[in-house]
Design a protein around this ligand. Sequence first.
Ligand SMILES: [Zn+2]
Ligand SMILES: [Zn+2]
Length: 360
Amino acid sequence: MTTVPASPGAASKTQPASVRAGSPPDGYRAWVAQAPQQPLVLERLEPGPLGPEEVEVAVEHCGLCHSDLSVLNNEWGLSQYPAVLGHEVVGRVTATGPHAKGVTVGQRVGVGWSAASCMHCRQCMSGDHHLCAQVQMTIVGHRGGFATHIRAHWAWVIPLPEKLKFADAGPLLCGGVTVFAPLAMHAAPTDRVGIIGIGGLGHMAVKFAAAYGCDVTAFTSSESKFDEARAFGAGHVVSSRDSAALGKLAGSLDLLISTVNVKLDWEALLGTLAPNGRLHVVGAVLEPIPVPAFALIMQQRSVSGSPTGSPTAIATMLDFAARHDIAPQTEHYPMGAINDAFARLASGKARYRIVLDADF
Ligand SMILES: [Zn+2]
Ligand SMILES: [Zn+2]
């Protein structure tokens, strides 16, 4: 038994769950990180009572996102140990608290980057739950999905459309909505859209933008990805390290979505934006992006960013993915090989997203 924190407040909420059929009497099992940069270890955890508004999900698949690696290694300085990582969960509902709404036992659902929000602040009441000041990250101070079970507030447990490819759907719940949200907010189907970085996020962004009808330009530093980017739906592929090639695109793109976490020639990339164009950042690059005022002023351009998305944005994205048959390109590992999967992710060689299949 370890002291991994259960969901906040779960222990203090004593109302019985309405259905407890799926809760194993011997507790949950989970892959636990006891400290930064340490291998994960399989442990048994006491789940405690299910909160009245909580939903319990038996994990079937869970995507491995770069944020799991960042939190494992405490790269952002906010990790809490011991930690159960994993925030791209696909599974079935096994129990619902008495005040949980919208999902039923047995239903196939997903849980992403967020597991709860306050449900009464201005952001939550406006439908921007992901911007709630008290939003509960799934893998910081809360047990994530590299486990037999996960719990989350009902609002963040998203029913999956029947047509979705469930085994590969996990990465949509974090990476997918992260790149879908800026398209939904800022793109028109007639737009010319650039996707910077063809990796876990970027390859899904190309698929979404192409399905939306946009003319898509993929920017990648890796020539080995040129053909694949075209296969994902990019009409054009440009080396992000080729400043001359970037110069030829000057003033042409309506929306640029950056998914990278490395330094690039930002000035040249801003220069590819058309008047009223927008650079939208979803990749967590730690080094500041230089933005010359005149690059914005004279062409009336914008720079913006966003984190994942609201429950409604996730549900809309899943509908869109099911309708257009969009799934991430994945590599599957049994969850028992989770440390190998983390090493594969760290190597940067995964094409393009890793999914762990529960094998407890
Ligand atoms: Zn993620
Ligand atoms: Zn709130």
